[in-house]
Design a protein around this ligand. Structure first.
Ligand code: 5GP
Ligand code: MG
Length: 183
């Protein structure tokens, strides 16, 4: 797997060190508040596991399955494959996602939860934020790393379901993109 990475952006130690700082910020924000973290599947699972273990608050966790990417391109339409079951009334909600690109996914998810007027607050947190030219549809409240506009994999992020278990974030080589392209 690692031979398909043309550039390592963040190794595991760098990611975990950054998550220590991010977790302290999130803990300070939600201290004494009823927090439910909603993680977007599947890309945010590794991020969720490492981040939440660093937050010493009595939070609840839920997951929402969404998809918007096919191969290396955002489709522009977001599909909900499953909605959370937990009751979010009188709770503060923090959405977790792996990467913020066009912001279409986050915008769709934020709009979905904004309809629930019983939620006390709604914020978002992403591991990666891509630097792109055009304005984004949504911004995140907490960001671990800014990255260049390249297609990255690892630490939960996939290319056609590969590479999620790579313990780093790296740029996928053009050869691997061609090799594992869907027919
Ligand atoms: P957006 O809706 O902001 O354009 O894209 C967000 C979603 O697209 C993310 O949740 C992620 O699944 C996927 N995505 C965006 N950029 C990348 C990337 O560079 N690599 C991978 N593997 N997925 C990406
Ligand atoms: Mg995703």
């Amino acid at each position: 797997m690692i031979q398909d990475i043309s550039e390592v952006l963040f190794d595991e130690a760098t990611i975990l060190h950054r998550l220590d700082t991010l977790a302290r910020k999130i803990s300070a924000e939600y201290e004494g508040k009823d927090l439910t973290v909603v993680a977007l599947l599947t890309g945010s699972v590794i991020f969720m596991a490492d981040l939440l273990r660093r937050i010493p608050l009595p939070l609840q966790v839920d997951c929402l399955a969404v998809s918007s990417y096919h191969g290396t391109q955002s489709k522009g339409t977001v599909t909900f494959r499953q909605t959370p079951v937990a009751d979010l009334s009188n709770r503060h909600v923090l959405i977790l996602d792996d990467i913020l690109d066009t912001g279409i996914t986050l915008r769709t998810v934020l709009d979905h939860f904004a309809k629930d007027k019983t939620i006390l607050s709604l914020k978002s947190c992403v591991l990666l934020r891509k630097l792109i030219e055009q304005p984004r549809k949504a911004e995140a409240d907490f960001v671990a790393f800014d990255i260049p506009n390249a297609f990255v994999v690892g630490y939960g992020l996939d290319y056609n379901e590969r590479y999620r278990n790579l313990p780093l974030v790296g740029v996928l080589s053009p050869e691997a993109i061609t090799r594992y392209a869907k027919e």
